[in-house]
Design a protein around this ligand. Structure first.
Ligand code: UGA
Length: 408
């Protein structure tokens, strides 16, 4: 039983529509609804009344100073306290700061007067765009627990994963909470590291993809998350790195490395606009810029903290005119930018009469762009490929002035 406070989303789900774009999710939901294993409702009291295990999966957005805002978790706890009618396991899936699971336990105990429940910390590691695959093929399942009974119940829920020999890691609450933040902060650091190396490659004439490949051949480093680009975005890395630094501040432990990652990532986004200006060789005022890709990564319609937002904002500040295409994120982008930019559902329309083109998201369809067509349609000849999708040598041979990230 899936419960949310947003009636419109629940209505959509009950009509077989998925409120977000996530490959494979519709098929999965349709199948389980059809087989009567899955239902959606806004009636939190009846759902809680009936359930033995409650997963909290609400958002924990950034608060004013980068701390995780726990108000949605608090409101979920309020509802749980009011529906303590028998033994329950409360499983925290939401990414929550160290100390939250213990706080959840103490709050429910105090406010309900009951001790007939347990709390389990069970952080989630799926990625948007490959969420369905990741849920069924996790690298590990982390279970932070204090009671054997609850541990066994949660372990049993995941028993299908034993068949594929998924490792389980059992620990206390604080350890589980930190595994999640430290993992995201490490991945964000890895991306920022390769972005800085990419910038160095540009200065010294090296090819960042070969550098990353050579580094990744060392099993201790691994080639994953070493793709350079316009900076990381999304609903997780930016907010979780900020929250991680905030956790350190609260206990007076230096996490300045992660603070530097956040600052460097902001610079990387703006660096893309400087690179474009360098290619165009003139101020961007009144220039028409075609943008391919708005989502923070391919496979999603999510634009939260997408590098495209900062980049387009800077282009507009400089007086450029922007026309954007994205195969999935057009609606979310329209809600954000309104009529400050133009939109098109055809990538070639974004090139029409453009002085320059910027590729910002690694959608597969941009890998096979017809460059001859681009040449005919564009007024100018500049391409900045921030995801390194196109063949730069070929594009140069056709008369484009173009750059990627980390290779000239
Ligand atoms: C991330 C983590 O990868 C998940 O393990 C975690 O569960 C999730 O956050 C979360 O905390 O909920 P997600 O944000 O969906 O997942 O997507 P990623 O694939 O990690 O990409 C994040 C950003 O990093 C994107 O902007 C992407 O373009 C960028 N990135 C990723 C790079 O620039 N280079 C890379 O090599 C990898």
């Amino acid at each position: 039983m899936c419960v949310d406070v947003q009636q419109d989303k629940i209505d959509m789900l009950n009509h077989g529509q998925i409120p977000i774009y996530e490959p494979g999710l519709k098929e999965l939901i349709d199948k389980n609804v059809r087989e009567q294993r899955l239902s959606f409702s806004t009636d939190i009291d009846s759902a809680l009344g009936e359930c033995e295990v409650v997963f909290i999966g609400v958002g924990t957005p950034s608060g004013e100073n980068g701390e995780a805002d726990l108000s949605y978790v608090e409101s979920a706890i309020d509802s749980i306290v009011q529906n303590m009618n028998g033994y329950k396991v409360i499983v925290t899936k939401s990414t929550v700061p160290v100390g939250t699971n213990r706080w959840i336990h103490d709050t429910i105990a105090q406010r309900s007067g009951s001790s007939n429940f347990d709390v389990v910390s069970n952080p989630e590691f799926l990625r948007e765009g490959s969420a369905v695959h990741d849920v069924f093929h996790p690298d590990r399942v982390v279970i932070g627990y204090e009671s054997e009974r609850a541990k066994e119940i949660v372990q049993d829920i995941y028993k299908a994963l034993y068949i594929i020999e998924t490792p389980f890691l059992f620990c206390n609450y604080e350890t589980a909470e930190l595994i999640k933040y430290a993992s995201n902060a490490f991945l964000a650091t890895k991306i920022t590291f390769i972005n800085q190396v990419a910038n160095l490659c540009e200065a010294v004439g090296a090819d960042v993809h070969k550098v990353a490949k050579g580094m990744g051949m060392d099993g201790r480093i691994s080639p994953k998350f070493l793709h350079p680009g316009p900076g990381f975005g999304g609903s997780c890395f930016p907010k979780d790195t900020r929250a991680f630094v905030d956790i350190g501040k609260r206990v007076e432990v230096d996490l300045s490395l992660v603070a530097e990652v956040i600052a460097s990532n902001e610079k990387q986004k703006l660096r893309m606009v400087d690179k474009l200006e360098g290619l165009v060789g003139a101020p961007l005022e009144e220039k028409r810029i075609g943008i391919l890709g708005l989502a923070f990564k391919a496979g999603t319609d999510d634009i939260r903290e997408s590098p495209a937002l900062v980049i387009i904002e800077r282009l507009l500040d400089q007086g450029a005119r922007v026309i954007a295409h994205d195969p999935q994120a057009m609606e979310t982008a329209k809600a954000h930018f309104g009529d400050r930019i133009a939109y098109t559902d055809n990538p070639y329309q974004a090139m029409h009469e453009s002085d320059a083109l910027m590729i910002l998201t690694e959608w597969n369809q941009y890998r096979s762009l017809d460059l001859a067509m681009a040449k005919k349609l564009m007024r100018g000849n500049c391409i900045l490929d921030t995801r390194n999708l196109i063949d730069l040598a070929k594009a140069k041979g056709m008369g484009f002035v173009c750059e990627g990230v980390g290779r000239k």
